[in-house]
Design a protein around this ligand. Structure first.
Ligand code: ADP
Ligand code: MG
Length: 731
């Protein structure tokens, strides 16, 4: 094998990539690959892992096989490479290629022209590909996103576990494995599975000092989010939600509150999804609301905040997702909303899965919740999780460091915990230890006769929460260790045993509690109506008066201008700008602009004169009773789908459909249903009904119309035209 020890790598770096300096430890990593050693790279996202195999591949003889999980990512990488080098130097092989393309790729490879061949793991396992690869001179194998090998990684893929045996079939060459997931467990799994336990391991620091971490209780979540975004106006941000439904819902609420946002999840069609992604990248929208499907391979450097609407499923996931903030080294605020209900929900999802998988999922989730509840420096906690010690006392960039909780001296408590763990022979989990300390006598404890231990009930004067904090502290101090592979059994470390002999003072903070509030199931909105706030009767009657006079001037019935619920909201919220006016029920964009001006002027004058203190609190506007039916109906009507088909698709009758449409229109949205009206009603009838609402109606109700129009018209016909009328004239 050729000796590359003396070459100047910086020259190649400049030549192929145009960079003048290596980032972090890229150079030593590349030298390790060039020397023919197995190499294992743990480097955070954005650290520059690709270059660690791309550069040696370009330098070395033969073709490097790059195994990467995502077709989309692969294509990006290859296109990026083509930008740097000539055509054909990098190729990819996956299921999206047709016969002719495959032939082309093979020709280039056989010619020795191709230095890098990207292969999806499922293509690698195909017999014909194995046969083909066998003929080649392979410089090395690169396994990117190598955490996919481990069940403990956040993105396990079973086909990744076959990589090693296939490499053996094709012909052994050195391996470089790369990942941004650095838990010791995942690291070990990868090395073991790829049979590279003796590899040179290069681990960069995972500290992202520019990221600010904060966890907030899940109370008034939507309102908090809107407040946050408004305070960070114009900045790019991502909001992660657990479910597609929640994604749609949150995006919708943001939109009606005037925040430029779009949704992104795997259930959307590919075109919409990629359009939405582009809008975010091009900054046509500020905020993208997404499931974790969003972000793989996204390289937007100036994402300024990442919000977790739900608890992430694992801390690796959390680290990856928050890692998309502040890639350029600038500001990156990471806010998580945390409540117990989310945990319960996730645990429910697990039911029915194989037990082993359940246990893993549960452990990962418990780590995430421990992080959320902890009062320890968030950075310290995260880095500890990745096996990295962070020694700075105060990171000054997380909620726990900036607003520390009161601490207490914990030496005695820690000793008690360590003794309890020893007393049960280091074979039990956190919950069990706490039960022992609290003196809980249940059947499990009795069956082990642990209720007879001296330590049993020793901590009953304190709360379980305190013991939880003490145990977490002991874990972070590495006095004890949790056997993840053994379902989280606790044992003492060497340091822990020494501590019992020579104890010292350790300060402990009480973990935070997030037991209160949890509003996940409804996007809580404080529309004035559902509070007990009384409306200003004097103002209300002035507004009603104004409504009549505006109507008169425009020669329209008053109900077209604003209906009572809208006026009542105005008399509670005192909106004095058109924007604020839109916060009132039934006031959409169109209505506010068309009719709002005299109303906000009146309210402004009234507020000034009476020196009224307007409600300081921000009002968040809800989406009209945001059922999924409504979204579907709006979309269907936009596409001019026949009403009968809409009914059928949603399994509702025509009257319920009209109810839904009315409520959409009443809330201030415009809907154009002409295509349907023209089909079922002749012009003359339509105009008659329309004229009635335009010129004769006083209340605008259905009852009034049916009474006046008599038997010549069906109820359905009147309703349809009334919808058209309200939509066109009122909104
Ligand atoms: P990772 O796979 O670790 O997330 P990438 O390989 O995608 O990271 O690289 C992240 C970014 O860093 C890319 O835009 C890449 O071009 C850039 N980069 C990599 N190495 C260097 C370097 N030595 N100098 C400047 N930029 C670099
Ligand atoms: Mg990468």
């Amino acid at each position: 094998m050729k000796n590359y020890a003396d070459i100047s790598l910086t020259e190649y770096l400049k030549k192929y990539f145009g960079f003048s300096y290596f980032k972090g430890n890229q150079e030593v990593i590349i030298r390790s690959v060039l020397s023919g050693h197995d190499t294992f790279v743990l480097m955070p996202t954005g650290g520059g892992k690709s270059l660690c195999y791309q550069l040696p591949a370009l330098i070395m003889e033969g073709t490097a096989i790059v195994i990467s999980p995502l077709i989309a990512l692969m294509k990006n990488q290859v296109d990026a490479m083509r930008g740097f080098t000539e055509e054909g130097v990098a190729h990819f092989l996956n299921s999206t290629l047709n016969k002719a393309q495959i032939t082309r790729v093979r020709e280039d490879v056989v010619r020795g022209h191709t230095k890098m061949l990207y292969v999806a793991p499922e293509s690698l396992t195909k017999e014909e590909n194995i046969q083909f690869l066998k003929q080649l001179k392979i410089s090395f194998y690169a396994v990117d996103e190598a955490h996919c090998i481990s069940e403990w990684g956040h993105d396990f893929r079973p086909e990744y576990r076959r990589i090693r045996s296939i490499i053996t079939q094709i012909g052994a060459s050195p391996i470089i494995a790369l990942t941004a997931t650095a838990t010791p467990k995942v690291q070990h799994d990868i090395q073991k599975n790829l049979d590279m336990l003796a590899a040179n391991v290069f681990k960069s620091s995972f500290n992202r000092s520019n990221l600010y971490y904060e966890v907030r209780p899940k109370i008034n979540t939507m309102k908090e989010i809107i407040k946050f975004i408004r305070a960070n106006e114009g900045k790019s941000g991502i909001i992660y939600c657990l479910s597609r439904r929640k994604v749609e819902e949150v995006a919708e609420v943001l939109k009606v509150n005037g925040i430029k946002s779009l949704a992104y999840h795997a259930g959307m069609d590919a075109i919409t999804r990629s359009n939405n992604q582009d809008s975010f990248l091009m900054e046509d929208v500020d905020v993208i609301v997404a499931t974790i499907a969003f972000g793989m391979g996204i390289d937007k450097p100036d994402v300024r905040f990442v919000i977790h609407y739900n608890i992430p499923k694992s801390l690796e996931g959390y680290y990856q997702e928050t890692g998309r903030a502040g890639r350029d080294g600038g500001e990156g605020q990471c806010i998580m909303f945390y409540g117990y209900k989310d945990i319960q929900k996730l645990e429910k999802f697990m039911q029915g899965k194989p037990i082993a998988e359940q246990e893993i999922t549960k452990q990962l989730l418990m780590e995430a919740s421990a992080f959320a509840e902890s009062s320890i420096c968030r950075r310290k906690f995260l880095l500890h999780y990745f096996g990295e010690e962070y020694t700075t006392e105060n990171c000054e960039n997380c909620d726990n460091c900036l607003n520390p909780k009161i601490q207490f001296e914990g030496e005695e408590y820690i000793k008690t915990v360590l003794e309890a763990i020893l007393a049960v022979k280091e074979k039990f989990k956190i919950d069990y230890i706490i039960q022992i300390l609290m003196g809980v006598s249940n059947s499990a404890i009795r069956s082990y006769e642990h209720d007879e231990l001296e330590i049993f009930g020793e901590g009953a004067d304190e709360s379980p929460r305190l013991w939880n904090s003490v145990i977490r502290k002991a874990l972070v101090e590495e006095l004890i260790d949790k056997e993840i592979e053994n379902y989280g059994l606790l044992h003492l470390t060497e340091k822990g045993r020494q501590y019992l002999e020579n104890p010292y003072k350790i300060m402990i903070t009480m973990d935070r509690t997030y037991e209160d509030g949890d509003d996940d199931d409804s996007v809580q909105v404080n529309s004035a109506k559902n509070g007990e706030i009384a409306c200003d009767e004097e103002l209300l009657s002035m507004l009603k008066q104004e409504c009549k006079s505006v109507a008169k001037k425009l020669n329209l019935p008053p109900f077209v201008i604003f209906q009572d619920p809208s006026l009542e909201d105005m008399a509670i919220l005192y909106p004095i700008t058109i924007d604020e006016l839109k916060n009132c029920q039934g006031v959409g964009e169109g209505k506010a602009k068309k009719y709002g001006k005299p109303f906000v002027e009146l309210i402004k004058a009234y507020v000034d004169e009476k020196e009224i203190v307007r409600p300081q609190d921000m009002i968040v506007k809800s989406v009209v009773n945001k059922s999924s039916n409504k979204v579907f109906i709006i979309q269907s009507i936009d596409k001019r789908i026949d009403f009968a088909d809409i009914c059928q698709a949603r399994d509702i009758d025509m009257m319920s459909l009209l109810d839904e449409i009315e409520s959409i229109v009443n809330s201030g949205s415009k809907l154009n249903i002409d295509y349907y009206i023209n089909e079922v009603l002749d012009e003359e009838k339509r105009d008659d009904i329309f004229d009635f609402f335009r010129n004769e109606a006083e209340l605008g109700t259905m009852d009034e119309a049916m009474e006046a129009l008599g038997d010549d018209y069906e109820e359905e016909e009147i309703r349809l035209v009334r919808i058209k009328f309200m939509s066109e004239i009122a909104n």
